[in-house]
Design a protein around this ligand. Structure first.
Ligand code: TZP
Ligand code: MG
Length: 211
């Protein structure tokens, strides 16, 4: 299971989100204060098969050594094989209801949503948390939807009681307003993976999300 406080600073990364060694970036991010990590190996030139598996194992080890929950994007079988702490899926994936039936009980399951309807359905079907977005414009996800803005986030916060993490274009300048609006945390890729110093970047985001 995932605790609300674990969602405060949710870092997501795959090998194509950084020019550096992802293992080092993750360690730096942890040193800076991230509270949960998601392995998201997808998009242009993403690793597959054994290479994806090997990288995942390395990143999982870093999380384990540092007591950081390790969540796998999309691939439920891989999440189970990794003995991950959770799985995160999108709207185009298998339903959370079906996934919950075949994953071990201790794994948490998160779903990406961008509308109130999707959020309510995710909650009803047993999601442990929702990722809401994109809030702002992002260059990271090739097929990102139109940003829902702070207003869109607010309407979803009003309607569900499960933990909420906001995603999409979040940085240390706009992070604080997300938490002030009532989200439990922020999820970021580039604000930590694509900067000179991931430890400092994570530290700043952590500070911005500490109300
Ligand atoms: N889902 C919605 S936006 C997004 C994902 C995976 C990308 C977030 O990346 P960044 O760099 O934090 O905007
Ligand atoms: Mg997906």
């Amino acid at each position: 299971m995932i605790d609300k406080k674990d969602l405060q600073l949710y870092f997501i990364m795959g090998s194509n989100n950084t020019a550096a060694n992802p293992v080092h970036v993750l360690q730096d991010a942890i040193n800076g204060g991230i509270t949960v990590f998601q392995f998201r190996e997808k998009g242009i030139s993403a690793k597959t098969g054994a290479e994806k598996f090997d990288l995942g194992i390395q990143l999982r080890s870093v999380c384990r050594e540092n007591n950081i929950p390790f969540i796998v994007n999309d691939d439920t079988d891989l999440a189970v094989a990794f003995k991950a702490d959770g799985i995160h899926i999108g709207q185009k994936d298998e339903s959370i209801k079906d996934i919950k039936k075949r994953i071990p009980k201790h794994l948490c399951a998160g779903v990406s949503v961008s509308t109130v309807e999707e959020a309510i359905l995710a909650e009803k079907q047993g999601a442990d948390y929702i990722g809401v977005g994109p809030i702002f414009k992002t260059k990271t996800k090739e097929d990102a939807l139109t940003p829902i803005g702070m207003h869109g986030l607010g309407t979803i916060i009003e309607k569900v009681t499960i933990p909420i993490v906001a995603i999409g274009g979040i940085n240390n300048k706009n992070a604080r307003q997300i938490i002030q609006a009532g989200a439990d945390g922020i999820a970021v890729i580039s604000a930590i993976s694509k900067v000179q110093n991931s430890e400092i970047a994570a530290g700043e985001l952590k500070k911005a999300t500490n109300l």
